[in-house]
Design a protein around this ligand. Structure first.
Ligand code: GRF
Length: 213
């Protein structure tokens, strides 16, 4: 399977995919990484690992549609588009070019705290558990059908940084895992309901605050 990965910044999730591929745990290749920012650190990772990349900036195009067309052209015949910290909202035009072939990693347990600064939203809300989600991309921002989620506790002295770091460690696990399931043809989508064939569904790994029961 050929992946196209869209990034805007640091690229630690891209790195998790590269590491999984290089270590033989992910049976696919990255055909192209597209960044909408030329200074994205993700591009340094591409150079270091010989991953093809392109910089496509919104401001170089007169419309969102023209910008997206350029990305669609650059993605070519990829089998899956992975949004790994891509900070732009994609329109129906782009989404329909890859029907149920775009996935996103989001740092909350969706549908809670979609949109920007999800970790800050969880802290401000006073949630005791949050986490991250890999989902299919639909026109509903950050709320497409869920493939996999991981949860982490929110601790009383957490800052946005400490909470983000705790969540990120799980992002780096569930994103390659979801891509691997898709590569293996085990992901079945029925409306909003996604089932991963033969995956382990079971008990929650964390239950903070439960001292007795
Ligand atoms: C991650 O927290 C991801 O969930 C969010 O943007 C961040 C990107 O981080 N969508 P990185 O660029 O992969 O390091």
């Amino acid at each position: 399977m050929k992946l196209g990965v869209l990034v805007s910044g640091r690229g630690s999730n891209l790195q998790a995919l590269i590491d999984a591929i290089e270590s033989g745990k992910l049976p696919c290749s990255i055909s192209i990484v597209i960044s909408d920012r030329e200074k994205a650190y993700a591009l340094e990772r591409c150079k270091r690992h010989n991953v093809p990349y392109a910089v496509i900036k919104r401001k170089d195009f007169s419309s969102q549609e023209a910008f997206e067309e350029e990305m669609i052209k650059a993605l070519g015949d990829v089998d899956l588009v992975v949004l790994a910290g891509f900070m732009r909202i994609l329109s129906a035009h782009f989404i329909s070019a890859f029907p149920m072939k775009i996935i996103n990693i989001h740092p909350s347990l969706t549908p809670a705290f979609w949109g920007k600064s999800a970790q800050k939203q969880a802290l401000e809300y006073g949630s005791k558990i949050t986490g991250c989600t890999v989902h299919f991309v639909t026109e509903e921002l950050d709320r497409g059908p869920v493939i996999v989620q991981a949860c982490v506790p929110v601790l009383p002295d957490d800052t946005e940084e400490t909470l983000s770091e705790r969540i990120l460690a799980y992002e780096h696990r569930i994103l390659p895992q979801a891509v691997r399931w898709i590569c293996e043809g085990r992901v079945k989508v029925n409306g909003r309901n996604v089932v991963v064939e033969s995956a382990m569904y079971g008990t929650l790994p964390v239950n903070p605050q439960l001292e007795v029961f």
